[in-house]
Design a protein around this ligand. Structure first.
Ligand code: SAM
Length: 262
């Protein structure tokens, strides 16, 4: 039944129905996250890649699920002078990380998302969030492959929440390394659940800025599968020396799906 249903549910006109159907399965990710209530948006739900993409793209992607907002906030709080910088979410899904980033003084908030239905939801969520909380930059969402992004001028913070497998992370890293050679402004990479963080650890153009196992905020417990979340931040040389002890080991606790900082 699943094999028959999948191609039907992947068809663009049926995607909103497919997304609704998948939400009915229950589980922590499918409950309405308190973030959605606070911001008047709809960013909850867990969607396996096989319902979002054709077989080839699905084999390279993980799932759609919203980030842990407190983990994103904790990572962003480690970075000084964000005024005027740009936030770029590679695989922005329904836009939860972008909306969390509205609380920081970014001048642009951009997201790239391969699935057009999710991208449309991110746009709608951006409008709803701005209606509820006018302060913060507007969301700019592009439909497309996020692995060869163009970076805005100035300081850029590239965010990823375990969006895809190692070959695609390698492609992103190579692209960002090229940018570090072309510009003198700062590039930070914030990687939540950095399953392929070894790729950035191996790039001499990036050094660790921060690494932590961040506890969920009390109100987030029960709305994700765990109670804490790994986040690692890397920085280009222009960022200078980190004041943090960022040396924790990235340990795979659920192969291909979850890592922890030890
Ligand atoms: C784990 S979700 C993260 C959602 C969002 N960043 C957040 O934190 O709330 C990963 C997202 O990456 C998207 N994705 C996977 N492969 C992609 C690609 N090659 N280009 C752009 N988006 C992709 C998926 O559709 C999914 O929405």
């Amino acid at each position: 039944v699943k094999a028959l249903l999948k191609p039907i549910l992947r068809a663009a006109p049926l995607q909103p129905f497919a997304l609704w159907l998948l939400r009915q399965r229950g589980g922590a990710f499918n409950k309405v996250h308190p973030f959605d209530r606070a911001h008047g948006v709809d960013t909850s739900g867990l969607i396996p890649a096989e319902y979002l993409f054709g077989d080839e793209a699905a084999s390279e992607a993980t799932v759609n699920a919203g980030c842990v907002p407190s983990a994103v906030r904790a990572a962003l709080q480690t970075i000084p002078d964000l005024e005027g910088a740009s936030f770029l979410d590679l695989g922005c899904g329904k836009g939860r990380a972008l909306i969390a980033a509205r609380a920081f003084p970014f001048s642009t908030l951009r997201g790239i998302e391969l699935n057009p239905t999710l991208a449309a939801m991110a746009r709608a969520n951006g409008v709803r969030a701005a209606r509820k909380t006018p302060k913060g930059a507007a969301l700019e969402i592009t439909v497309g492959d996020a692995t060869q992004p163009d970076l805005p001028a100035g300081d850029v913070l590239v965010f990823m929440y375990h969006p895809f497998g190692r070959p695609l992370i390698e492609r992103v890293c190579a692209r960002l390394v090229d940018f570090t050679r072309q510009r003198s402004s700062r590039i930070f990479v914030v990687y939540e659940n950095p399953v392929h963080g070894a790729v950035f650890d191996a790039a001499p153009e990036f050094t660790r800025w921060f690494a932590g196992q961040i506890p969920y905020a009390p109100e987030e417990i029960g709305f994700g599968p765990d109670t804490d979340e790994a986040v690692v931040v890397w920085a280009s040389a222009a960022a200078g020396r980190t004041p943090y002890d960022a040396g924790g080991r990235i340990v795979e606790t659920k192969p291909g799906w979850r890592v922890e900082i030890r």
